[in-house]
Write a protein that binds this ligand. Structure first.
Ligand SMILES: *[C@@H]1O[C@H](CO)[C@@H](O)[C@H](O)[C@H]1NC(C)=O
Ligand SMILES: *[C@@H]1O[C@H](CO)[C@@H](O)[C@H](O)[C@H]1NC(C)=O
Length: 439
């Protein structure tokens, strides 16, 4: 009998130590989107480029693997990631030799497949779930990751206009029902149960090795449809809210607006802001220490043509995404470094056209984020409006996290922060500002 007691007390000591460190240390979860490894020109970002920031991070997520037709977890670029190629995965986990406290996770999902149907099919049969789990396990074991961050690609809510031309507000409170009256996912209840099973099965297969399992809530996913919090929360190490892109130039082509507000700007959908998401998850039973708030390092940018009436105050009428950023290589998106180069400065203040200055409008209320705009010229060209994050707004969000005693922040992602220190000479200003205000 004595040996049973000894085993039990060992387990208890082990468990209480784990909880203590988990509750005390705020997390700074840093994302590296490996698509940046193959971006051309100045936008290329290698692991060596992000090293100067890693001392600030508790976790590094290497994004993003996806699933194939057989529902197996696979690298989207084996020649970049795997050992027979550029060995990115190997080198990522090897970073622990320089940063011994860093945990390195494999990110799976986010929006890389853009095919929620495939992900839902994976949930629907136990065979497919097993294929997913076993292949995830094999990858992390082979490359010595510390676990996975699962950014499950659930269907997104339908796009709604915030405001009509006459100043009335269009968002409807029709729940999961879209504009056409159809729900985004008629089988969401089954999918919720199956997702609970997936999380339980994943955790079971990870337990022996002590692998971490975090869940990332993707932008514009209605978590109340899919997360049975009491059933899953003990099997998840933390929930990372990708708290941005509530409005994007690809989803909301005709209306430019804040993309990652902390609180509700007046007369907007009350659910599309960070405070709502945090409060909602807390109310549904996620412990404070398990909530991580994602801070973007990029701007969302729209073309605007009609400048005559524009004071820049959002929401305003837009004409789709801006062209690809020279570094970001994505439409409607600029890295923070690109943003700081576009805002009015001594070099661009007298320029015209596409290099003309973008006027900065700060956010003294600390409730939203800053934005910038450039009115169109007399031919209606070169107008743009962008919502962006800067070190101040990232610091405000971290202060919010600290004030509510949440688990920490995530930086999404390092490759769009100013990793070269071009803006002010300081490298990773958004990451550093968030970390500083968290402690
Ligand atoms: C951890 O948190 C507990 C309870 O809040 C506190 O008493 C303890 O001093 C903290 N330990 C460290 C190392 O911060
Ligand atoms: C999410 O779904 C719930 C019902 O489960 C609904 O009340 C809520 O309005 C939905 N949120 C959004 C943003 O669509």
């Amino acid at each position: 009998m004595w040996w049973k007691i000894a085993v039990v007390s060992c387990l208890l000591i082990g468990a209480s130590q784990i909880t203590e460190t988990a509750e005390n240390d705020s997390k700074v979860v840093c994302y590296y989107d490996s698509r940046a490894f193959v971006r051309e020109g100045l936008g290329k970002v290698t692991l060596a480029d992000i090293e100067p920031g890693l001392g600030q991070c508790t976790h590094l997520v290497i994004g993003f693997a996806s699933i194939n037709e057989q529902k197996r977890v696979v690298s989207l670029n084996p020649l970049r990631d795997l050992d027979h190629g550029n060995r990115l995965y190997r080198e990522a986990t090897f970073l622990r030799s320089k940063f011994p406290k860093l945990k390195v996770l494999l990110g799976i999902g986010y929006d890389v497949s853009g095919d929620p149907e495939k992900w839902l099919q994976m949930l629907e049969t136990s065979t497919a779930r097993i294929a997913f789990i076993n292949s995830a396990y094999d990858l992390i074991k082979t490359y010595a990751f510390d676990g996975i961050d699962l950014a499950f690609e659930f269907p997104k809510i339908k796009v709604k206009k915030q405001r009509g031309s006459v100043g009335s507000f269009f968002y409807s409170i029709k729940k999961a029902v879209g504009a056409a009256g159809k729900p985004v996912d008629a089988k969401f209840e089954e999918h919720r149960e199956e997702f609970t099973s997936l999380i339980r099965e994943l955790k079971n297969s990870f337990r022996h090795d002590g692998y971490l399992l975090s869940f990332t809530l993707n932008p514009n996913v209605n978590s109340s449809l899919y997360l049975d919090v009491p059933q899953i929360i003990n099997n998840i190490d933390w929930v990372n809210i990708a708290a941005f892109d509530v409005q994007t130039p690809l989803r909301n082509k005709e209306e430019a607006d804040y993309a990652a507000p902390l609180y509700k700007p007046s007369e907007r959908n009350p659910e599309l802001n960070i405070d709502f998401q945090v409060t909602d998850l807390l109310a549904r039973g996620v412990p404070t220490s398990k909530i991580v708030v994602g801070i973007p390092t990029f701007a969302r940018a729209w073309k605007i043509e009609d400048g005559a009436t524009s004071t820049g105050v959002p929401p305003l009428k837009a004409d789709g995404p801006t062209d690809e950023g020279i570094e970001s290589k994505q439409e409607g998106l600029f890295s923070y470094k690109e943003v700081c180069g576009m805002l009015t400065n001594p070099q661009n203040k007298d320029l015209k056209g596409e290099r003309g200055p973008v006027r900065k409008v700060g956010d003294p209320s600390k409730r939203f984020t800053p934005y910038g705009f450039r009115l169109p010229d007399k031919d209606g060209k070169f107008g743009l409006w962008m919502a962006y994050e800067d070190p101040d707004s990232a610091g405000n969000k971290a202060a919010y996290v600290r004030g509510k005693n949440l688990g920490g922040v995530s930086i999404m992602d390092l490759t769009y922060d100013d990793f070269r220190g071009t803006c002010t000479g300081d490298k990773f200003p958004i990451l550093k500002s968030a970390k500083y205000r968290l402690m």
